[in-house]
Design a protein around this ligand. Structure first.
Ligand SMILES: [Zn+2]
Ligand SMILES: [Zn+2]
Length: 266
């Protein structure tokens, strides 16, 4: 059991203490965990700041690593909010600190929030895909300092009409994105938050057809993460997700340490 997407109270949208998370992860037989708290520069909602003191963050992770050393492996991760106009800032933070693992995620597009729904206003469902995927493409073309692309089809999580657009409509744009990812030897994340029921999605992010496309194009680097913001969802639905990944053809999942990947057979 490896959970590489976990938030603690270093993220403004979680109240969970790191140590409580570690204790619960041990209870759930999780062997490797990555804290991936949010840094989201120029986040679209001015009332929330997704930023924290990284030295303090590393200090607390080191303390827990020493304390629970024999029972669980803890990684220094980050969920970094990507936007095409802030690449300089993104490079600065990812170069300055020694992270093990960085998830690059899009939470804001056109400086508009996906979570609160601003992004979707006055767009057709097709435009919602087009603008989002173009932004992903433009950004990852110019930014390299991350390990995996997080919850790639996140726009589905907050909009039903986005889900109704047929896969064939946006397949080409996804292919372009995957070709870059594969060429740069970056991976993608399989995020199990969509299986939790509260979003009405009932599938992983990204979904099966997208994962299959990635696999067919030669993509092999995948990580798995629960995107837990509280300890009750750690390692959620991992067994069924591993089976499902395996059915697509993937033989391994990946773990990152000091930004270098290693694979583990599933
Ligand atoms: Zn996210
Ligand atoms: Zn997250």
């Amino acid at each position: 059991m490896i959970d590489l997407h976990v938030h603690s109270n270093f993220s403004s949208d979680s109240n969970e203490e790191m140590e409580d998370i570690i204790k619960e992860a041990i209870n759930r037989n999780i062997e490797i965990i990555a804290f991936t708290d949010h840094i989201d520069y120029e986040y679209s909602d001015p009332n929330i700041s997704f930023d924290f003191d990284i030295s303090e963050y590393f200090y607390e992770i080191e303390r827990l690593k020493n304390k629970y050393n024999s029972r669980i492996k803890i990684l220094k991760g980050l969920e970094l909010g990507l936007q095409s106009h802030i690449i300089e800032k993104l490079n600065k933070v990812s170069n300055k600190y020694e992270f093990d693992f960085i998830i690059g995620s899009f939470h804001t597009v056109e400086r508009k929030d996906l979570y609160n729904g601003d992004y979707y206003k006055s767009k057709t469902p097709e435009e919602m895909w087009d603008v989002y995927l173009d932004e992903v493409y433009e950004t990852i073309k110019n930014f390299n300092n991350f390990s995996v692309l997080g919850h790639l089809d996140l726009i589905k999580r907050y909009s039903e009409s986005v889900r109704e657009v047929d896969f064939s409509y946006y397949k080409n744009k996804l292919e372009k994105i995957f070709n870059i990812i594969i060429e740069k030897e970056i991976g993608i994340e399989v995020n199990t938050s969509g299986l939790r029921g509260n979003y009405g999605l009932n599938e992983t992010l990204p979904s099966k057809e997208i994962l299959k496309l990635y696999y067919d194009l030669g993509g092999r680097i995948i990580t798995i993460g629960s995107d837990s913001h509280d300890k009750s969802t750690l390692g959620d639905n991992f067994n069924e997700t591993l089976k499902f990944i395996n059915n697509i053809g993937f033989k391994d999942i990946y773990v990152f340490e000091k930004m270098k990947n290693g694979k583990i057979n599933i």
